[in-house]
Design a binder for this molecule. Structure first.
Ligand code: SF4
Length: 329
């Protein structure tokens, strides 16, 4: 799998530098009273040039990203729900105001190339999947606690020294927590890859802020039809948004795509997702996951109120093999 994640492995071996560290060495000339439009122009120019200097500049591309994120926080459009609420005073659909960490630990399951992975679970989520296996935190944005960025920075350093290969930002979903993540990274200085572990319902603005910060996208591509996404995760325009963001992420960095096979959704969801991956992101690594359990409200939906049949999982894997996808096996 090294050939599909060359940069990630180079960082682990000390032969390359995590993007967020480089981002702190890209000089940007901006003022804190610039308009948001002016900040975006400066941001996009700096990302395009990516002029990395040896010494950290007075103001860096990461500082600019933090400033833009703090403006967006005041009229939130981090995900495609685009609630436009001022999160200093109100909550939007995800329920997240200030970031709360529900748990953080050294994860040793799932993809072998990522573990041990320092996984930070935020509470709250822009999705409301009726089968969510983390529903106690994803649907309860008050779960967990606020951790000062300085403290989380120390914890990252400690986990890195204990053998963590990466920092894995997840939830719920990391999307509403981007301003907090950027503030933590500003204080952090260990050369450790950053993973964006997300449902990918990000806005284009969020995808732009992630560019130059995230080393590896660990995405969750759930559905092959808008109808299924609407009924089971209560979101609109799933296909358009998630496909767009997978294409952007594929251009920006390295990628592992997860697909949880849902019972009775092999034809409508699994196969179209795998076909799309083959056509659009052929060098992504794909993890087809069998561990579906009917959690949370799944018992109310006939199609997913059961466990996954082994034949369904085997059919999914066989289909992916036939397409020639790069499976985690
Ligand atoms: S992150 Fe939350 S508040 Fe912001 S647009 Fe998405 S759902 Fe709304």
């Amino acid at each position: 799998m090294r050939m599909f994640l060359p940069r990630y492995y180079d960082i682990l071996e000390g032969n390359n530098i995590a993007k967020y560290v480089l981002c702190k060495h890209v000089p940007v000339d901006f003022e804190y009273n610039d308009t948001l439009d002016e900040l975006w122009v400066k941001h996009d120019n700096a990302v395009e040039e990516m002029r990395v200097e040896e010494k950290p500049p007075r103001l860096s591309l990461l500082d600019l990203k933090i400033e833009i994120a703090s403006r967006i926080f005041q009229s939130c459009i981090f995900c495609e729900r685009r609630c436009q609420v001022d999160r200093r005073e109100k909550i939007g659909n995800c329920g997240v105001r200030e970031s709360r960490v529900a748990s953080e630990f050294l994860h040793i399951g799932e993809e072998y190339m990522l573990i041990p992975s320092y996984t930070v679970f935020f509470s709250g989520c822009p999705f409301h999947c009726v089968f969510c296996q983390n529903w106690d935190i994803s649907q309860n944005p008050k779960a967990g606690m606020y951790i000062q960025p300085e403290r989380l920075t120390e914890m990252i350093k400690h986990r890195f020294e204990s053998g963590a290969k990466n920092v894995n930002w997840v939830g719920g979903d990391p999307i509403p927590n981007l301003p907090y993540i950027l503030r933590v990274l500003k204080l952090c200085d260990v050369n450790i890859p950053q993973i964006w572990n997300s449902n990918m319902y990000c806005s284009v603005e969020t995808m732009k802020l992630l560019n130059g910060v995230i080393d590896l996208y660990l995405t969750d591509f759930k559905y092959g039809r808008d109808e299924c996404a609407k009924r089971l995760s209560l979101v609109d325009n799933y296909m358009k948004v998630v496909r767009r963001n997978h294409k952007i992420a594929y251009m920006q960095g390295e990628m592992i795509i997860r697909h949880l096979v849902l019972p009775n959704h092999v034809e409508c969801c699994t196969k179209p997702v795998l076909e799309w991956i083959k056509e659009n992101t052929p060098y992504a690594i794909v993890n087809i996951m069998p561990q579906y359990r009917p959690e949370f409200r799944a018992h109310k939906y006939d199609d997913i109120s059961t466990t996954l049949e082994p034949e369904e999982f085997n059919e999914a894997v066989e289909y992916a093999r036939k397409l020639g996808l790069n499976l985690v096996e």
